[in-house]
Design a protein around this ligand. Structure first.
Ligand code: HDE
Length: 695
């Protein structure tokens, strides 16, 4: 055998591997599934008015295929969107890992990322408050490598055996199937308050990190500690991070709720449109690198997935950049059928003993078998590696290939010992880090090193801006206000009180209960960076949308200049008027504050904002539907913390809306240009000073 391992006839390492599977239905004749031309699309009946015949194979084939169109949706993370891209390594990282995709500077590896929410079903709204999935597949030249991570760096539980309990508690109630894609119900908080390992992740989810502006505006994390292994067997512990190069941004809760109704595809559309317009979202992929020795040295256990390693203690080493640059061509074939597994690993990367990770290594294969009805799902185009596959796995439902080797076992002589074991001359095989070992008495206990689950939620809370802390408290107030059980509510207060007496008191005041007396066992004043959403300005404004509210009668001489200035930053100006016509993008009937990141009122619009057109007074002008929509868009945009601006007599709208001068209220001075100030305000994204803090 030479170094060349020949496989199925698939092109290896092509950028666009999937092309060979694409089907173009243009200028062709309709056929049956087995290729016979179909000339008539009516069903076969006994007489013009007669019954349909069982004999009608064309009818049966079409309907039967339709009846089987669905596969089970993912048990969790059912709602999602994905895209193709490229990972480029910044360097040769063979000093820390043998992973080939990190083997040289500039090396490119195709990727597919699927983003998701966790609790909702496949048709649930995108802007539900939730942890967000961030699952990345690297189609490396040594096989597929998946990092099946989230936008929140920690997880609710420390042992995989509790996963069904967690998910049963957050999913809708088994009797009514309510609420969809939400944790604001008794079972979820019953679990969270009985299982305090959930608190840290819960705090992240209740903060702005749980209601991201888009998938492009969030980081991704591998969550568990993994191992890097070099060719000569040296190992390091690592934590993975994908840092968004757009910058982090989030919605506010009321806005997220309204968006769910106005555009339940909000995130999916943002991702798709950004890529279609060539504004490719980017992330920097990096690792926190730690020695194997002293795994408890930070005061917590590196195997505990409810802990972050603060970046002050171990900074992130950037390894490469990931760019998403192509949308799927078929949602089902690509995004729905991609089947990630934490066990999809490549040489140079190894697992750790984190009990959550260990359980996931079983669960994902099992769930794929269930979704696909057999073991050949890796043969689906989106799942195939970009390198040849050779082994003695055989048969099963939907086998797509024709294996020629009749000696489908190993060792064999009849096929010259092939497929042969990889070795140093013919590829290197996987290897388990030589540092790993196992010993100890069998036990079903949680490791005592996992016990403190309160200090890090406090670290998280301490590290937020005051307004973000307020958002978090308001979110817990919202969720707990929905609870019926006083026992659950009190249990929640007991847990919150272990993190912070202040938080417990502020939540208790809203739900009409008393917080317990302060319990300062876990109280401290430490802070860390990288957990806040709004502490840093956006790095890029790509794909943000600013409404320009106008009459559509051409009163707006400033519009062209504004559009040009915004286009330089890839910000879209969406012109809103009463009637669609040349230069008008949407009508007031369709426009809603949730669709925009900022709002500018154009010149000549005074009449549009006349309070005489307000709600309920029956004096709507002309076709405006419903009455007062322009005012409503402005007021709600302001309330959701968006920058608002006015040109010329557009300032009259502010008086009508009750908006006073202040941060993020940008008025065009005579002869001036508001674009610079407005763009600067967009970079802050939300005007936090508009949101009141508890006294
Ligand atoms: Fe998952 N998880 N998970 N999970 N998970 C699934 O796999 C599971 C966990 C994550 O876009 C399922 O293909 C168990 C942590 C993402 O296709 C299932 C445990 C993290 C996705 C499953 C966890 C994740 C999934 C459902 C506890 C972040 C979507 C369908 C041990 C590090 C991937 C499927 C995609 C999906 C099981 C915990 C992330 C049932 C048992 C921790 C991003 O196999």
């Amino acid at each position: 055998m030479g170094g060349e391992l020949r496989a199925r006839d698939v092109p290896a390492s092509t950028d666009d591997f999937l092309k060979q599977y694409e089907v173009d239905d243009t200028d062709v004749v309709l056929t049956s599934d087995v290729g016979g031309p179909i000339s008539d699309q009516e069903s076969l009946k006994a007489g013009g008015r007669g019954s349909t015949l069982l004999e009608d194979f064309i009818f049966r084939q079409k309907i039967q295929h339709f009846d089987h169109e669905r596969v089970p949706e993912r048990a969790v993370h059912a709602r999602g969107a994905g895209a193709h891209g490229i990972f480029t390594s910044y360097g040769d990282w063979s000093n820390i890992t043998a992973a080939s995709f990190l083997g040289s500077k500039g090396k490119e590896t195709p990727v597919f990322i699927r983003f998701s929410t966790v609790a909702g079903s496949r048709g649930s709204p995108d802007t539900a408050r939730d942890v967000h999935g961030f699952a990345t597949r690297f189609y490396t030249d040594e096989g597929n490598y998946d990092i099946v991570g989230n936008n929140i760096p920690v997880f609710f539980i420390q042992d995989a055996i509790k996963f069904p309990d967690l998910i049963h508690s957050v999913k809708p109630s088994p009797d009514s199937e309510i609420p969809q894609a939400a944790t604001a119900h008794d079972t979820a908080w019953d679990f969270f308050s009985q299982q305090p390992s959930a608190l840290h992740t819960l705090f992240w989810a209740m903060s702005p990190n749980g209601i991201v502006r888009s998938f492009r505006h969030m980081d991704g994390f591998g969550v568990h500690t993994f191992r890097f292994v070099t060719d000569d067997g040296k190992t390091k512990l690592v934590k993975f991070k994908f840092r968004t190069l757009q910058g982090k941004a989030s919605l506010v809760w009321e806005e997220a709720q309204a968006t769910s109704g106005k555009n339940s595809d909000f995130h999916r559309q943002d991702l798709f449109d950004s890529i279609e317009k060539g504004r490719f979202p980017e992330w920097e992929f990096g690792v926190q690198i730690m020695d194997e020795e002293g795994q408890l040295r930070f005061g917590f256990d590196l195997l505990d997935p409810t802990k972050i390693v603060p970046e002050e203690l171990v900074p992130v080493t950037p390894l490469g950049k990931l760019v998403l640059n192509r949308n799927p061509r078929n949602y089902f074939a690509e995004t729905e059928q991609i089947m990630f597994q934490p066990a999809h690993i490549v040489r140079g990367i190894d697992f750790t003993e984190d009990p959550l990770l260990q359980g996931r290594l079983f669960s994902y294969l099992d769930t794929q078998l269930n979704r696909n009805g057999g073991p050949n799902f890796e043969q689906l185009p989106i799942n195939q590696p970009r390198v040849p596959v050779h082994n003695n796995n055989r048969d099963g439902a939907g086998q797509m290939f024709i294996p020629l080797n009749t000696a489908a076992y190993s060792p064999n002589t009849l096929n010259k010992g092939s497929p042969a074991q990889a070795n140093e001359t013919i590829n290197n095989g996987f290897f388990t880090a030589p540092s790993r070992g196992a010993s100890g008495k069998l036990t079903r206990a949680v490791s005592p090193t996992f016990a403190d689950v309160w200090s890090q939620p406090r670290l998280f809370f301490n590290s937020l801006l005051p307004t973000e802390q307020q958002f978090l408290i308001n979110a817990i107030r919202f969720e707990t206000s929905n609870l019926k059980s006083t026992v659950v509510k009190n249990n929640v207060l007991i847990q919150l009180n272990r993190i912070s007496h202040d938080v417990a008191v502020r939540v208790a005041s809203a739900i009409g209960l008393e917080a317990p007396a302060a319990d300062d066992t876990y109280y401290h004043n430490n802070k860390t960076s990288g957990v806040s959403v709004f502490a840093k300005k956006l790095l890029k404004l790509d794909g943000l949308r600013v409404a320009f509210l106008t009459t559509g009668k051409g009163d707006d001489s400033s519009l062209k200049g504004l559009k040009d200035a915004f286009a330089k930053e890839n910000v879209d100006v969406v012109v809103v008027a009463e009637v669609l016509s040349e230069g008008i993008d949407v009508t007031y009937a369709l426009a809603d504050a949730t669709a925009f990141d900022g709002i500018i009122v154009g010149d000549g619009t005074k009449a549009l904002f006349s309070t005489a057109q307000g709600y309920g007074n029956g004096t709507a002008a002309s076709t405006l539907f419903p009455a007062g929509r322009p005012l409503q868009v402005l007021q709600e945009g302001y309330r959701y913390g968006k920058p608002v601006g006015a040109v010329g007599d557009g300032t009259a709208a502010f008086a009508a809306a009750g908006i006073k001068e202040g941060d993020g209220v940008i008025l065009q001075k005579s002869g001036g240009d508001l674009s610079k100030d407005f763009l600067e305000s967009l970079r802050s994204f939300k005007i936090l000073s508009r949101f009141p803090l508890d006294a």
